[in-house]
Design a binder for this molecule. Structure first.
Ligand code: CIR
Length: 290
C-alpha cells in the first residue's frame, strides 16, 4: 500500500505532517515572530486542537512533530519546510531566518516515517512551501518574493526534472513588506482540479492568465474579507475535491465556494491563524494524497 506521494493539491488527503503548538508558542515573543494583536497562545493552542480534529475527521492519518520547547514557534506551519512528491520528499530552505532549522526537523521525521528524501535546497536557494502549488501533476508553480527565489527554483528543477516535473516561477508583489508573510498561497487556494479560490489584485498577471489557459474557473474572493483577514479568508485546505476546511468568520468567501459546489468546514482561527499569519493549508504538510 502507498504510504507517501502527492502531486495534486486536491486529491483526498490521506496522510499529513503536523506539529502541535505547545511550549514554544506559549513562550513566544509576538514582536520577534511578527504575530499580530490577536495573538493569544493558549487560545491558539485550543483553536489548533479543533482544527486537528477536523483534519483527523477527514480521514487523514496525522504524523506528529512535537513542540518540545525548541523555540521554533512557526514550525507549526509544517507546509513551509518541505514538499512531498510521488518519488519522495524535498527539504526546502527557509526565507525567514528564524525558521532555518525547520527543514532538518522534517528530514528526521521523514526518515522515521519511511518517506525517502530525494533532495534538499542549499546555500542561497530558498523556497518555502507556502510559495508552491501543483498546477498539474507534472508542473509546480513557485511564487518568488521575500521567502522564495530564482536560485531555489533552479535547485528544485535540478532535483525534480529527472522525475519529469518542471518548476516555473512568477514574481510576487511587495504588498506589506519584508517582515510580513506573503506567499503564493496567500493569493490562491486550489479547490478542485480546475477550480481555485483567488485574490486577483495581488496575483502575477502571467500566472492568472496561465490558470485561465489551463481551464481553471477562478473564484475571486471579496476584497473586504481578504483585507480584514490579512488574506487568510482564502487559505483553504482541500480534504478532497470540492471539500475544504477554512477559518470561520468570512461568510461571503464561504458562500462563494458553496455556490461553486464545495462543502466547507470551519474552525475559529483568529488567535492561531490571523495572528500568526498562516491558515489551514500552512498548518499541514501533505505526505499522501490519493
Ligand atoms: N504557508 C504559509 O502561508 N505559512 C504561514 C507561515 C506564517 C509564519 N508566521 C511565517 O511568517 O512564516
Amino acid at each position: 500500500m502507498k504510504t507517501f506521494g502527492s502531486q495534486s493539491m486536491v486529491a483526498p488527503i490521506k496522510r499529513v505532517l503536523m506539529r502541535r503548538p505547545g511550549k514554544s508558542l506559549l513562550a513566544a515573543d509576538a514582536n520577534e515572530w511578527h504575530y499580530g494583536s490577536l495573538f493569544d497562545a493558549p487560545k491558539a493552542i485550543a483553536q489548533y486542537d479543533v482544527f486537528a480534529k477536523l483534519v483527523a475527521e477527514s480521514g487523514a492519518e496525522i504524523t506528529w512533530l512535537e513542540d518540545n520547547g525548541d523555540g521554533l514557534c512557526d514550525a507549526m506551519f509544517t507546509q513551509d519546510a518541505s514538499l512531498v512528491t510521488d518519488h519522495g520528499a524535498v527539504l526546502l530552505n527557509m526565507g525567514k531566518p528564524l525558521r532555518v532549522p525547520e527543514p532538518a526537523m522534517h528530514g528526521e521525521a521523514y526518515e522515521a516515517a519511511g518517506v525517502p528524501v530525494i533532495g534538499k535546497l542549499t546555500g542561497n536557494g530558498r523556497i518555502e512551501g507556502g510559495d508552491f502549488i501543483w498546477l498539474n501533476d507534472k508542473t509546480i508553480v513557485v511564487g518568488c518574493g521575500f521567502r522564495s527565489n530564482r536560485e531555489g527554483i533552479a535547485q528544485l528543477n535540478a532535483i525534480l526534472n529527472p522525475y519529469e516535473i518542471t518548476v516555473i516561477g512568477f514574481d510576487l508583489p511587495v504588498w506589506q513588506g519584508a517582515e510580513a508573510c506573503l506567499h503564493l498561497m496567500s493569493m490562491i487556494s486550489p479547490l478542485d482540479d480546475k477550480l481555485a479560490l483567488i485574490y486577483s489584485p495581488l496575483m502575477p498577471t502571467a500566472f492568472y492568465q496561465l490558470l485561465l489557459e489551463e481551464g481553471f474557473t477562478l473564484l475571486d474572493a471579496p476584497a473586504e474579507e481578504f483585507l480584514a483577514s490579512g488574506g487568510l479568508n482564502l487559505n483553504v485546505l482541500p480534504v478532497k475535491p470540492s471539500e475544504c476546511i477554512m477559518i470561520d468568520g468570512f461568510p461571503k468567501t464561504k458562500k462563494m465556494m458553496e455556490e461553486a459546489g464545495c462543502t466547507v468546514h470551519v474552525f475559529e482561527g483568529d488567535a492561531l491563524c490571523i495572528a500568526c499569519e498562516g491558515g489551514p493549508t500552512c498548518l499541514t504538510n501533505t505526505i499522501l494524497r490519493a
